[in-house]
Design a protein around this ligand. Sequence first.
Ligand code: PBG
Length: 332
Amino acid sequence: MYPIIRNRRLRQNAAIRSLVQETTLSVNDFIVPLFVVEGHQVREEILSMPGQFRLSLDELEREIKTLHALGLKAVLLFAKAENAKKDNKGTEAFNDNGLMQRAIKAVKYSCPEMLVFTDVALDPFSIYGHDGIVENGRVLNDETVEALCKMSVSHARAGADFVAPSDMMDGRVLKIRQALDQAQFEDVGILSYAAKYASAHYGPFRDALDSAPVAASNIPKDKKTYQMDPANRIEALKEALMDQDEGADILMVKPGLPYLDIVREVKDHVHLPVAVYQVSGEYAMIKAAAEKGWIDYEPVFMEQLLSFKRAGADLIATYFAKEAAALLRGPS
Ligand code: PBG
């Protein structure tokens, strides 16, 4: 009790503050999301995500080398499918020679040590922009899961280290685990988007991949029948525990900052590493405010990244990974 206890003793200089610091941020915490496109020498900036690019595979290889040199260890790949390749069943998603599959090989070719996580969901390949197959106004669960299994095995065959199902279909982790094992990919892991909310923060990402749900009759206008209600907390724990039981290796909560409470609760209830995804809308808000000169860019994003760790995240998928890695390394 004051005056014998004075909390400011432990804050009086940088040395003591660093000794008692509870949480630290390191380059080992980050997963770098990357967008790939067809073409050659394409490095196309995404309008709503300044500083983020759609990369052709040659540019991807260059980027991977830069990331590796910064000490980054893992990337999360998203492929932008050409319109002509889209259908309702997401067939292109499991084409062994598809863009994603070639991107996985390109990363492994340019830098074998770089861990490759791949997004597993049908939306970039769906004419309707849904994460699953649509029939009679509904997104089918079990039929979609079958497609996700084929997609996962195809990614594993191309060399993926972890598949990351982001679709929120029921039971997909178990089925994907079984499919991978049956194809003798026992060592390929599953990072499950266990608690993924039907959030309004994914807009810029959908611009990046041109993957927003289309407006048409008999097509669900949003993803609320599979992604979670932002109002729910207990349900996130249920999802996380089920995915843990089904054999997920890492669980993810998404989005990030608005869901720090969920990150903490999931971390307290599971026995797996927990990842958080600081999504496109979160990135865009920081970028926009910084462009206007309304916030101090670097301290703001570094504070948010640290907050994810404090909330219990072991890993952070973030579009700031490259800049954060450079800052953590210090001036060279
Ligand atoms: C697709 C997917 C989305 C994101 C990751 N995987 C979008 C969505 O569910 O509509 C969002 C990532 C971001 O906003 O940065 N299944």
